[in-house]
Design a protein around this ligand. Structure first.
Ligand code: NDP
Length: 314
């Protein structure tokens, strides 16, 4: 039987991007300690954003993690994101400079446009995200980031970028987990040579969980049964499933022991039939992160569960 093939003895990267990353949204009280711990545990990919309001603490964690290992900045893949209030092309450079300063690094590996949505006192979307994108392209030329990417874009918006700008995104970060699989959408990116990163790989678990949502993913019997059978935990199974699809995954935790547990998803070997069983959970078609209503936009037009309720904006 074919098995998922991600093992710590094999290269940990796809397209140069470490497959397993560490998410930092909602990482609050022990943020620096958790990031440092993550680096010491083996994570090489840290996912940050200006909007998370903790880049300074994350930066302290990065410095501490490097100090406590033989690693240098170049060994890490550090991602941040341009928030919606800095879409004006004249504000883009100041935004990345602020993230670089807070994170305490000279360059980013990847800078995302967090949403295809401009916000601010003059209303939404009076600035074309293609102009923002062109300003982001200049950051690559200036050496401030090695790559640029997008997040939460719809098919039309992606086509628009590809057809009307000269820089193809290196990465698209989007919500992906067994309840929202978006398989055709991932294939579209494969065809265009764009890497996909899965955010919320545990499907919007606490604190965003609400009545009417599908069962807590890490308590779902399909997942827990496979976990028991393969000697892994439910979290490790969910992450391994994501990596086996060729997407990088960026779980967040503020618990050090969970950071270690999640890292060892790299050792969890699943069989093809396990992956197929998890694929069946995709019938839930459930998106947890949709601010369309509160922002007055149709954010995920043409995608799975585009009409879901607004839950969070990270
Ligand atoms: P996750 O799917 O990573 O789930 C995080 C939740 O799972 C937390 O409540 C955490 O609790 C819990 N958890 C973590 N590990 C375990 C474990 N081993 N066992 C049980 N529970 C666990 O959700 P996020 O929404 O945070 O997504 C991950 C990252 O993706 C974010 O941190 C951010 O970097 C990025 N993101 C990007 C978005 C975008 O718009 N581009 C949107 C949303 C997220 P605890 O901390 O208490 O351990």
């Amino acid at each position: 039987l074919q098995t998922s093939s991600v093992l710590t003895t094999e290269p940990l990267t796809i397209d140069g991007i470490p497959l397993l990353g560490f998410g930092t949204w909602n990482l609050k009280t022990n943020c620096s300690e958790a990031v440092s711990w993550a680096i010491q545990t083996g994570y090489r990919h840290i996912d940050c954003a200006a909007a998370y309001g903790n880049e300074h603490e994350v930066g302290r964690g990065i410095a501490d993690g490097l100090l406590n290992t033989d690693l240098t900045r170049e060994d890490l893949w550090i991602t941040s994101k341009l928030w919606n209030d800095h879409h004006d092309p004249n504000k883009v450079e100041a935004a990345i400079d602020d993230s670089l300063e807070k994170l305490g690094v000279g360059y980013l590996d990847l800078y995302h446009m967090h949403w295809p949505v401009r916000s601010g006192s003059l209303g939404r979307n009076y600035i074309d995200y293609r102009d923002t994108w062109n300003a982001m392209s200049a950051l690559v030329e200036d050496g401030k980031t090695r790559h640029i990417g997008v997040s939460n874009f719809s098919p039309n918006q992606m086509e628009n970028l590809l057809n009307h700008t000269s820089h193809t995104p290196s990465v698209h970060q989007m919500e992906l987990h067994p309840y929202l699989q978006q398989t055709d959408w991932i294939k579209w990116h494969e065809k265009h040579g764009i890497h996909v990163t899965a955010y919320s790989p545990f499907a919007g678990t606490n604190p965003t969980y609400q009545p009417g949502d599908p069962e807590h993913l890490l308590k779902n019997k399909v997942i827990t049964k496979i976990a028991d059978k393969r000697g892994c935990t439910a979290a490790q199974v969910a992450l391994q499933w994501g990596m086996a699809r060729g997407t990088s995954v960026i779980p967040k935790t503020s618990h050090l022991e969970r950071a270690t547990e999640n890292f060892h998803s790299l050792d969890c070997v699943l069989k093809k039939k396990d992956l197929e069983k998890i694929d069946e959970l995709g019938k839930a078609h459930h998106r947890f992160n949709n601010p369309s209503k509160s922002w007055g936009l149709d954010l995920y037009e043409g995608l799975e569960d585009s009409k879901g309720e607004h839950k969070k904006h990270s």
